[in-house]
Design a binder for this molecule. Structure first.
Ligand SMILES: C[S@@+](CC[C@H](N)C(=O)[O-])C[C@H]1O[C@@H](n2cnc3c(N)ncnc32)[C@H](O)[C@@H]1O
Length: 239
């Protein structure tokens, strides 16, 4: 077997590697000038205390965020990770192509935030610029893929996460698919936190159905829900 083939095969067993090392042969942050991109950390529910409380309780080694937009929630989690002195990688899965609500101008400035160039969003660079500006390149690893494709890659790599924060599509079918796919990527005592619970009907239906089908206890309030593989998490995080 040639050396180059052999070096590609054992990916799934290299559990000590970071996703950064596995996915990116050079730093994804190379040659990005943050000043060329807007200093704009728009987000929704990105600083909710449940994220910090879950990180404090679970002391994760790996977090996956599905749906990152401009990076506000990822940067919030990275700040908490650093303040606790944890060695933790936050993997951000997003197409950075926006969701229907952004293209359909459902909120002020949402369409403009896509930063279309030749008709193609440049939102990824807004995200990367924000991560660099706030100094979290060492913690945050971008994975620019659909949530479905990223889950397939992560499954293949046999990578698990201690926390999955799901905040991508808000329609019933893709939201349910994300809940199923990323729940199955959680470690033994891992927890999944979802955004927009009770606020977006598709998300709420998908989350409730998912929990029912898997016979899981779901706790939530308008904005966030949590399902956990371990016990004792939800009382500890105030939900
Ligand atoms: C609500 S925003 C995320 C906000 C972010 N969590 C925050 O609080 O700052 C939703 C993001 O999900 C992404 N997205 C939507 N559907 C997706 C999919 N199927 N796969 C990957 N990303 C998706 C969009 O590009 C968008 O950036």
């Amino acid at each position: 077997m040639s050396g180059s083939t052999a070096s590609r095969l054992p990916l799934g067993n290299q559990m000590t590697q970071t996703l950064r090392e596995i996915l990116h042969s050079v730093s994804p942050y190379d040659e990005i000038d943050p000043e060329a991109w807007p200093d704009d950390l728009q987000g929704w529910g990105s600083d909710h205390p449940v994220l910090g409380a879950a990180i404090e309780k679970l002391r994760p080694k790996r977090i996956v965020e599905v749906g990152s937009w401009k990076g506000r929630s990822a940067i919030n989690m990275a700040r908490i990770v650093r303040s606790l002195g944890l060695e933790c990688e936050i993997v951000c899965v997003d197409t950075w192509l926006g969701s229907p609500e952004h293209w359909l101008r459902a909120g002020p400035g949402w369409y403009e935030s896509l930063a279309l160039k030749n008709g193609y969003p440049q939102l990824y660079y807004t995200f990367m610029g924000n991560v660099i500006r706030h100094g979290f390149q060492d913690i945050i690893t971008p994975m620019p893929m659909t949530s479905e494709s990223a889950a397939a890659v992560l499954r293949h790599l046999k990578v698990t996460f201690d926390i999955a924060y799901i905040d991508a599509a808000h329609e019933y079918a893709p939201a349910k698919r994300d809940f199923v796919a990323y729940w199955d990527l959680l470690s033994e005592n891992g927890a999944m936190i979802g955004d927009d619970y009770i606020i977006w009907p598709g998300v709420t239906q998908a989350a409730n159905e998912f929990a029912l089908e898997r016979q899981l206890k779901i706790v939530g309030e308008p904005g966030k829900f949590v399902v956990s593989k371990g016990s004792g998490l939800t009382p500890a995080i105030g939900l």
